[in-house]
Write a protein that binds this ligand. Structure first.
Ligand SMILES: Nc1ncnc2c1ncn2[C@@H]1O[C@H](COP(=O)(O)OP(=O)(O)OP(=O)(O)O)[C@@H](O)[C@H]1O
Ligand SMILES: [Mg+2]
Length: 360
């Protein structure tokens, strides 16, 4: 990769009997916003700490800007970290917090003042320059932590659940702000969260992890509409899981027998399923169309409505194949349409592209 800034090459980490990471391989481009997403204990922080130099991998190498830094301490890497609790110095003003890393680097006073002023202007902190951290709001503290981490001009910024302490509303605002700062600075951000919405909103690419392994890497759209595994389909967003028997595989088109119906879906990118085997497929709720007239789609199933849950502008409608006893399929429909749909038999339809057949 040409503008590769970070390469993680076969990195594993063991703590005694615990294998926190299994042979992680990954390449990151300069300027990317990459998010590590996964449940508690899956190895997100461990990966970040290895990149930052706070932890040594058991095997493998970390290459930063073409240089092997695996054995180098944090201060020899052009990397900085923002922690969940921000770890601001409570007895120092905003200005001194930001200047601290620059003093350590041995810059002159005028250089330090110029750089701090720049960052405070950029992050709209200038009016707060003389306040102490406990005189700031959560979002303001977050901006100071970010300014402090950006001050020494690192190549890579590591952010370990930096928004965890904020309430839902502020969190949304700060997410947008953080993303905009990342765009404007063109810095490479490595962000950790266990919140899938946050990952979908902010990332150029998401790395979904489970138990120390990478489940899937892709753009938010990729992961959402083409999850490779059941874990990813379940972890990201709401979905219908359809479990059927593989009738045939042609190229990336997979025919499934399900409930007496023939369905067409698309194969996972990393390998076609075996004919005759049982597989699961994911269909997102908003991809399932309901109508009283038979739609012109490759997957069309006669159904009856079994539930309606009002969710504001849209309604979640549960449907079941006429006479079937399987778990109902769920669809999001416009609330007006939801009201209009009657009790008789209707049609559920979806495209082949909307049905992602999952690995294993
Ligand atoms: N210093 C350590 N000593 C022993 N085990 C550790 C150490 N650090 C992490 N682990 C273990 O390694 C695994 C991965 O931990 P890690 O902190 O990377 O998870 P995480 O994905 O960041 O989880 P969370 O979302 O809870 O922060 C866990 O099983 C954890 O208990
Ligand atoms: Mg963690």
């Amino acid at each position: 990769m040409t503008d590769e800034i970070v390469k993680i090459d076969g990195v594993s980490k063991r703590f005694g009997d615990t294998v926190a990471l299994h042979r992680l391989d990954m390449s990151i481009r300069a300027g990317e916003f990459v998010t590590f997403l996964g449940p508690s204990g899956c190895g997100k922080s461990t990966t970040l700490r290895i990149l930052g130099g706070f932890e040594t991998p058991t095997t493998g190498r970390v290459i930063l800007n073409g240089r092997d830094v695996t054995a180098e301490p944090p201060n020899r890497r052009r990397v900085n970290m923002v922690f969940q609790d921000y770890a601001l110095f409570p007895h120092m003003t905003v200005r001194r917090n930001i200047a601290f890393g620059l003093e350590l680097k041995g810059l002159t006073r005028p250089q330090i003042a110029a750089r701090s002023d720049d960052l405070m202007g950029f992050l709209e902190l200038a009016p707060l320059a003389d306040r102490l951290p406990d005189q700031l709001s959560g979002g303001q503290r977050q901006r100071v932590a970010l300014a402090r981490a950006l001050a020494p001009d690192p190549d890579l910024l590591l952010l370990d659940e930096p928004l965890g302490a904020l309430d839902a509303k502020l969190r949304g605002q700060v997410q947008a702000e953080l993303k905009s700062i990342q765009r404007r600075t063109s810095k490479t951000f490595f962000f950790v969260t266990h919140d899938q919405d946050e990952a979908l909103t902010m990332s150029d690419r998401i790395v979904v992890m489970s138990k120390g392994r990478v489940e899937q890497v892709g753009t938010p759209e990729d992961l959402y509409f083409h999850p490779a595994s059941r874990f990813v389909a379940d972890f990201i967003g709401e979905t219908n899981l359809i479990v059927g028997r593989v009738a045939s595989v042609r190229g990336d088109e997979v025919a499934l027998d399900w409930n007496g119906q023939r369905l067409i879906g698309c194969a996972p990118r990393d390998g076609a399923p075996v004919e005759g085997g049982t597989v699961a497929a994911s269909v997102r709720l908003e991809k399932l169309m309901l109508s009283e007239t038979r739609p012109d789609l490759p997957n069309v199933v006669p159904v009856r409505i079994v539930s309606k849950v009002f969710k504001g502008s849209r309604t979640e409608v549960g449907v079941r194949v006429d006479g079937g006893d399987e778990t109902p399929l769920r669809a999001y429909v416009d609330t007006a349409l939801g009201h209009a749909l009657g009790d008789g038999q209707i049609w559920a339809g979806w495209s082949a592209d909307a049905m992602a057949v999952l690995r294993d």
